[in-house]
Structure formats: C-alpha cells, structure tokens
Design a protein around this ligand. Structure first.
Ligand SMILES: [Zn+2]
Length: 671
C-alpha cells in the first residue's frame, strides 16, 4: 500500500552497503547542499506552526489569483504544491508514526485543517481561467495543465455556486473522516490474553518476548508480525479464533459509522455532477475508465481463480481432518484455520517452514539486501547518516548516483521506520515527504513505514519490504519537472506496479543468491530450496486471489448505485463464499483503503499487477542486469506521472502490454 493525501497538493505511498561506502571514503562526507531533512516537530511546534503555514499557503494562492494572464502559472502552482508539501508531508507522517500520542493527535488535527487546501484552489475561477488560458509549450506542460484542469473539474468548478459549495463541504468532510478512521485503527489497543500452553506451536523466542498480565497469561497484540505468526503457527484453534475475531474487530463499530457516512457523501457528490454513482465519477480518471471495464476484469479474475481456490481449500480441509484424526465430512474449515493449515501443507509438501525462514532472512540483513539490489539495478548508492529522527528506531540514508570511486550526484533521501510501536500505523506504506521538481532543483524524500518482525522475515515479509521499497524508489528516483508528477503521483491503478514488480526479487534464484554475500553466517539457499519456496508460494494462491477478488468486488459494490450498509454488504459477500462469515467480525472497520484513496480503486492492486508481471519480461530473466535496471529506472521510475502509464510501459516493453503473466500467476501456473 501507499498512503496518500490524494490531491495535486500534498503527496503521501545502518547497513552494509551504504555504511561500507561511507567508510571507504575515509572521512565523513559533507551533507549534500540540496538535502532536505524531516523537521523535528512535536505537538507544541505543530500547534504553533499549523495556522501560520496554513495562512501562508492561502496567501500564496491569493497572490496567484491576482495575476490575470496565464504567465508562469504552472511554475507558480509548483511552488504552491511544494510549500504545502514541505509542511504537511511531515505532519501527515507524524500523525501516523509519532512516538507520543499528543503529537499524533495534534498532527492529525493539523492535517485535517489542511484538507481545505486540497480543494479551495481548485474552486477558484481566477486560477481556473489562468490554467485554461495557458498554451502548453511541450508534452509535459500539456499533461500538467490537463491534470490541473481535471482536478478543477472534480472540485466542481463548472457547477453552480450552491452545488460547488456543497462539493467543498463534502470533500472536506471525507478527508477528515478518512484521517479519523485511520487514527481509530492505529490507536486501537485491543489485545487477546491466552494461557501460556495455548501458544503451543509458536517458537520459544516468540513466547518469551510476549508481555504477561498479572495472572501470568500471555498478552497477544494485534500488530502484523504478532498476529501473523500466531495465526500461522498456534495449534490451539480456540486461541486462533479469538485472535482472528479481535483482529477483525479492529477500528471498532465507530469506524463502520464513519464508513457509511463516507459512502453517502461520495454518492451525493457524484450526483451533484450528474453521475449515477461514485464509481462512474471516479473511474473516468483511472486507466480502467469505466465500472464496466472493472467488472469485466474482475469477472475474468473470478473465473481464473475458481478452480485453484477449490483445490487449495480442499487440501486445507483434508489436512485439518487428518490432523484431528476425523473424517473430512465431520470437520469444518474456518477462516482462522486457513493460514495455519496452509503452513502445515507447505511444510509437509515442500519442506518450507516460514518460521524457520527467519534465520535465512534476518531483518537487518534483509534491509541491506534490499538496498544492495536497488544499488546494483539502478546504479545508486545509499549512505547512512545520523540525522534527527522521530523515533530512535528510524534510520536515514542519503541516496547518490553510484560512480566507480565515491558517491556521485546527490539524488534524495529515504527514511526507514520498520518495526511495530504502540500507536503507529499498523500496515506497511510509503509516505512521500517531498516530491522532486527539476524545475526548482528540489530533491525528493520518502519514508518507508512497516511493521516487520525484529529478528527475521518470512518470505512474505521480505516481499512486503521489497514492495514498499519499490514505492520509495519510485518516489526518490523520479526526475519530474513538477512535484505533482513526482514518483507515486501516477494513476491510481498503476501506482502499485513498480512496487509489485520489485517483490519478484524475493522469489528468484539470482537475487536470493546475492543474499549469501550479504549474510555469510545465514544458512545458504540452495537452488532446490528456491524452487521449493516457489512452489510453496504458489500453494494457496487460489485462496489469496479469491480473497483479493472479494475485496475488490466489495469496494465496487459499495460505490456502484446507491450505497448499501457497508457491514451488511460485506456480510453478504462473505456468506456467499465457501468459508462464510464469522459472526461478530467487522472487517470493514479496519479497511482503510475504502475511506482513503483506493475507493472504487481496490481492483487497482490486481490491475497494476497485470503490468507489474508483464514488465518483468523486460529483464529477460536476468534479474540483476544493470542495463535492464537502468533502462527501467529511466523509462518508468524517472517519469513519474508526467506521461500516461500505458505509454511508459509500452516504451519499456517495446510492445503493447498483455495480461498473460498475470493470469498465469493467479491460476498458479507462472514459472
Ligand atoms: Zn503498495
């Protein structure tokens, strides 16, 4: 995932390699002159500056309104977007990651206040006239002008005054609700306590590091590594069920109300423009264009995964029956059984044990591996720097062009915030702190926020690390003229493609072979083991994509026609599936995509993956080939959103993209 304050204004989605380079240089390197660092902001500082920065941005906007001619409107807009992002980018990150609750709360309030700037400039007839009057000098200017005009149109510039006012209220309400929704999930401190013997199946280390309550029961938290390990490994089915239900209640019923309100507001807004529903309104800006195109795509996905899902669920069902020593007909397979029995089958069929993989992929070495891959493929170098950070857990790197002897030109900066903390964002995402602009010499910075296990990663967690790193690289390696085109500011159903593509480097023999160079003490991965990992990953893929189809379908149901009750619609969709609905669970309450930028856009994960898997063919099986890597960097990453994604992918592949690799993947048949 990536996080994004979705407007054209504000963007959101010390290790071996870098440290070695710094040491080679012999003396500490001076800070690059164009380097930007995250400002140190606590609750008090944000409170003091929020109003000032807000007023400054509005003044800038009013100054832009005073000029009559188109003039340098695009450059002016670029300065406006830059100045807003410089303040609200860090504030939005802190709302999700600050170590103290007071800062998170004040940051959230300030981010809410700034939501008005997502729409106010785009309701200004004077600014609209300036942008419309501009004669673009080249394709990039034409694209930026068109993107701004689309945003004006989406903000209701062509509507009558009363409707335009209502659009503004609705948009501001939605932004505020979205921030509150995510905060409710982040701040949910629910836990499950279990008797120590109920942790049977978990590694001893895992058991030892749990906190205990006064009665000596283990406290199991809902953060991703804890939850995933427990569901994968705990033999006690009741304990698994309790944790599953608690996780599926995260965010609480207050969030269901917020979600219903957002759906009603979106529907009302679409109708103000004369569109039948939000899906029709929103998709006209995406690659897919229409709800019908999404429906056709999802129907093909459904058809392609049916058989695999049935086969995989049958295997899990049989495994559960055999474990319990009972006939299959007497045993029910539940949702909290899925990952547990998947792991059992993967262990017995392919001798792949995800918990054991943690010793193959220690967390710090995995980070070093990820950075080394990026260095090799894209010809860059990371240099660790000791700079102010929002938590002692966070690390920072300067990114340079790689040259033979020393770091070359400065590119940008990245922050990594990798491990769980109380009150922190609960998923994994890349936050754009600062987008590039070649026009103003502005250098980019992004933050990777994740919740990895501290000791070591499973293969899936390694994929997650690479995925988010893919977003971060998209941000940092783009070289667009305007900040609003920087990195992940691309069409929503393309944004996941670079990150999904990078996941493949956690699966292939050549890159995994490199892991041995980075971690000499790690157990080596033989080619046979990489092949077993591949087969183990493909087992369960029918279940995985059937679930992805469910999410995407649910999102479309919510946004097509009049909005239904969000919970009721979800219950109906789950009930229609083989594993059914678990009474008392309210999954939509933590489904942040639905209130954030992925509304009527969740299908985009699979739509992007079509392109991600197709683009792999551009590497011709040579996963570490720097020539292919640099070409990809130049054609796809550097261009950000300043050219249409179809055009970029076609240029990279030298042909029209196709979905063959994607459909092979989801039916478990990809090599
Ligand atoms: Zn993502």
């Amino acid at each position: 995932m990536r996080a994004l304050l979705k407007s054209a204004l504000a963007g959101v989605a010390c290790c071996a390699a870098g440290a070695a380079l710094a040491a080679d240089a012999g003396k500490p390197l001076a800070a690059p002159p164009q380097r930007w660092l995250m400002p140190t902001l606590d609750a008090r500082a944000i409170e003091a500056r929020c109003g000032v920065e807000y007023a400054r941005a509005r003044n800038r906007m009013h100054a832009m309104e005073k000029r009559g001619e188109p003039g340098a409107i695009l450059a002016e807009w670029n300065r406006l977007s830059s100045s807003v992002q410089d303040f609200i980018g860090p504030v939005f990150l802190l709302a999700n990651t600050a170590t103290d609750a007071a800062t998170r709360k004040v940051a959230l309030g300030c981010a809410e206040r700034f939501t008005t700037l997502e729409i106010e400039p785009f309701q200004s007839p004077k600014l609209y006239a300036r942008v419309r009057g501009l004669r673009p000098a080249d394709a990039i200017e034409r694209q930026y002008r068109q993107d701004l005009l689309d945003t004006f149109e989406d903000a209701g510039i062509a509507l009558k005054a009363d409707k335009r006012k209502r659009v503004r209220e609705i948009r501001e309400d939605i932004e505020k609700i979205s921030l509150q929704f995510q905060s409710n999930v982040n701040e949910d401190q629910s836990v499950v306590t279990i008797a120590p013997e109920q942790a049977r199946g978990l590694p001893q280390d895992w058991i030892n590091t749990r906190k205990r309550d006064a009665e000596g029961r283990l406290i199991v938290t809902l953060d991703t590594p804890t939850y995933t390990s427990f569901l994968d490994n705990a033999i006690d089915e009741h304990a698994r069920r309790d944790l599953y239900v608690a996780k599926m209640r995260q965010g609480g019923s207050a969030n269901l109300e917020l979600l219903d309100r957002v759906l009603a507001l979106r529907h009302e807004m679409a109708q103000l423009y004369g569109y039948p529903d939000f899906a029709t309104f929103s998709l006209r800006r995406a690659m897919a264009k229409t709800p019908a195109a999404v429906a056709e795509f999802l129907a093909k996905v459904r058809g392609a995964v049916d058989e695999g899902e049935t086969r995989d669920l049958d295997a899990l069902h049989a495994d559960k029956a055999s474990m319990l020593g009972r006939p299959v007909a007497d045993v029910t397979l539940h949702r909290w059984d899925v990952s547990f029995h998947e792991e059992r089958v993967r262990r017995s069929r392919y001798q792949v044990d995800q918990e054991a993989l943690r010793s193959y992929f220690p967390s710090e070495k995995s980070v070093a591996f990820t950075m080394r891959l990026a260095e090799m493929l894209y010809g860059i170098a990371f240099v660790a720097r000791d700079v102010p950070r929002w938590s002692s857990d966070v690390r920072y790197y300067d990114v340079f062009e790689r040259t033979a002897s020393a770091p070359g030109a400065f590119i940008g900066g990245i922050y990594l915030d990798l491990f769980p903390r109380d009150g922190k964002y609960t998923h994994a995402a890349a936050f754009t702190l600062r987008s590039v602009s070649t026009l103003s010499g502005r250098k980019p910075a992004s933050a990777l926020v994740a919740n990895l296990d501290r000791t070591g990663l499973t293969q899936e967690e390694l994929e997650t690390l690479l995925h988010e790193f893919g977003h971060v690289l998209h941000g940092v390696l783009s070289k667009t003229r305007y900040v609003d085109h920087g990195g992940t500011n691309v069409k929503r159903d393309f944004v996941e493609a670079p990150s999904q593509m990078f996941e493949e480097w956690a699966r292939r023999e050549q890159p995994l072979h490199l892991f041995a160079e980075i971690c000499r003490e790690c157990p080596p991965l033989s080619p046979q083991m990489v092949e077993r990992l591949r087969k183990a990953r493909l087992f369960g893929i029918g279940i995985l994509y059937a679930r992805q189809w469910q999410y995407a379908n649910y999102d479309m149901v919510l946004h097509t026609g009049s909005p239904p009750s969000a919970l009721q619609a979800w219950i109906e969709i789950e009930r229609a599936s083989r594993l059914g609905h678990v009474e008392g669970t309210i999954l939509p309450a933590s489904f942040g995509h639905l209130v954030g930028g992925y509304a009527a856009g969740y299908y985009g994960y699979m739509w992007s993956q079509v392109l991600a898997l197709d683009m792999l063919s551009g590497f011709h099986g040579r996963m570490l080939d720097p020539v292919a890597g640099r070409r990809y960097r130049k054609v796809i990453l550097e261009m950000g959103g300043q050219r249409p994604p179809q055009e970029l992918v076609e240029t990279f592949l030298g042909r029209k993209p196709n979905s063959d690799a994607f459909f092979a993947e989801i039916s478990g048949a990809r090599d």
